[in-house]
Design a protein around this ligand. Structure first.
Ligand SMILES: C[S@@+](CC[C@H](N)C(=O)[O-])C[C@H]1O[C@@H](n2cnc3c(N)ncnc32)[C@H](O)[C@@H]1O
Length: 348
């Protein structure tokens, strides 16, 4: 009996809850499927022939120049540029704090604090409290209401229909590993290796990812829809630099989410090479990057202290695709999903 109750707590949703969506304090539960046909979640096939596209036609990505205060302070104190790995360590701690927030409670508290400062004419505090509230409201909208960061419907639309059975999946720069969990749910029996050189990603971002978050996927016995949870998936977490990995060409899928846009152009071929190196002949690489659109530029401006510890670009799907194509990949699928570009490709 006790066991049953524990299970119900960890696995609160089942196939009976399909087509429902629910706002939790920190995130959205999304058990609705993408509405295909309306191009609402998958806006594909913008480019017909990648070999005809040139940088002159499409221009280079937009570089986000507003930097997190923590980085500026660190560089002032240490009299040197923040090393790349350190910048990721700052980023991961900062970003994780936002994923675990109880947003409605915090909004309430911040509102009360602001009212208190206004009543007592504490103008310095009023300005700071307004800044905090703007960030929290933006986070609430982007992550919790719109579900733009995890975007399960968009990701499912991007990932569907791959020709793989019980795939071996390698996630480069995995952070909390969300997309590999979504893929494993869709392709049951998957073996996942998450790799990140920041140990905090294993011990906090992945470990504290909610056990009760439902991933919509497939039932291997019947082929129908099934709800999966983190603890039911086969996941190994490796803390290492992706440049040190000793795997061969053994993965059916090599995945990265938000990696390519964090290096300037002269390092992009190296990033692409990391993907090629570990993918089986005939296997897929899957990549997403944040879209260059006005609202994303605004988001990274407002959220600079939370997000901008590292070098960062925003690109459109043509720019992302051209990097991938020029690095020797054929593009199988390309799309916009909410706030991301998505590409599925195979080495040529
Ligand atoms: C922008 S994050 C990926 C986006 C992720 N979905 C998130 O929510 O943060 C990129 C991740 O790659 C990791 N990373 C960057 N360079 C790496 C390298 N050379 N080896 C291993 N991990 C790396 C960082 O530590 C970071 O966690």
């Amino acid at each position: 009996m006790l066991k049953l109750q524990e299970n119900e707590l960890s696995y609160p949703f089942s196939e009976e809850d399909l087509e429902t969506t629910l706002l939790m304090p920190s995130y959205r539960v999304e058990l609705r499927n993408a509405t295909h046909g309306k191009d609402e979640f998958l806006n594909a096939n913008i480019v017909n022939d990648w070999s005809q596209l040139t940088w002159k036609d499409i221009g280079r990505p937009y570089e986000v120049k507003t930097v997190a205060k923590e980085r500026t302070l660190w560089e002032k104190e240490n009299q040197e540029r923040m090393p790349v790995k350190t910048s990721w360590e700052y980023f991961n701690r900062s970003f994780h704090e936002w994923f675990v927030k109880d947003v409605p409670t915090e909004l309430d508290e911040k509102m009360k604090a602001l009212t208190g400062h206004v009543k007592q004419f504490r103008f310095g505090e009023v300005k700071e409290a307004i800044g905090d509230l703007v960030k929290l409201r933006l986070w609430n909208y982007v992550h919790r209401i719109e579900d733009g960061i995890w975007d399960p419907r968009g990701k499912r639309a991007l990932f569907e229909g791959l020709d793989v059975q019980k795939p071996k999946i390698l996630f480069l720069g995995a952070a909390e590993g969300y997309e590999a969990m979504q893929l494993s749910a869709m392709y049951p029996g998957a073996e996942v290796v998450l790799v990140d050189y920041d140990e905090y990603c294993k011990t906090h971002r992945f470990e504290e990812f909610p056990e009760s978050y439902p991933f919509l996927g497939a039932n291997p016995a019947t082929g129908s829809t099934k709800v999966w949870y983190k603890n039911q998936l086969n996941i190994e977490y490796v803390v290492d630099d992706i440049r040190n990995l000793k795997y061969g060409r053994e993965f059916d899928i090599v995945l990265s989410v938000g990696l390519l846009e964090h290096v300037p152009d002269d390092h992009k071929p190296e990033i692409m090479d990391m993907h090629r190196r570990f993918v089986k002949p005939g296997g897929y690489i899957i990549m997403t990057t944040p879209r260059d659109q006005l609202k994303s530029r605004l988001y990274y401006k407002v959220m600079a202290d939370v997000m901008n510890h590292t070098y960062r670009e925003l690109m459109n799907i043509q720019q992302m695709g051209l990097y991938v194509y020029e690095s020797g990949f054929d593009i199988v699928r390309h799309c916009y999903i909410k706030v991301h570009n998505g590409i599925i490709a195979k080495p040529r």
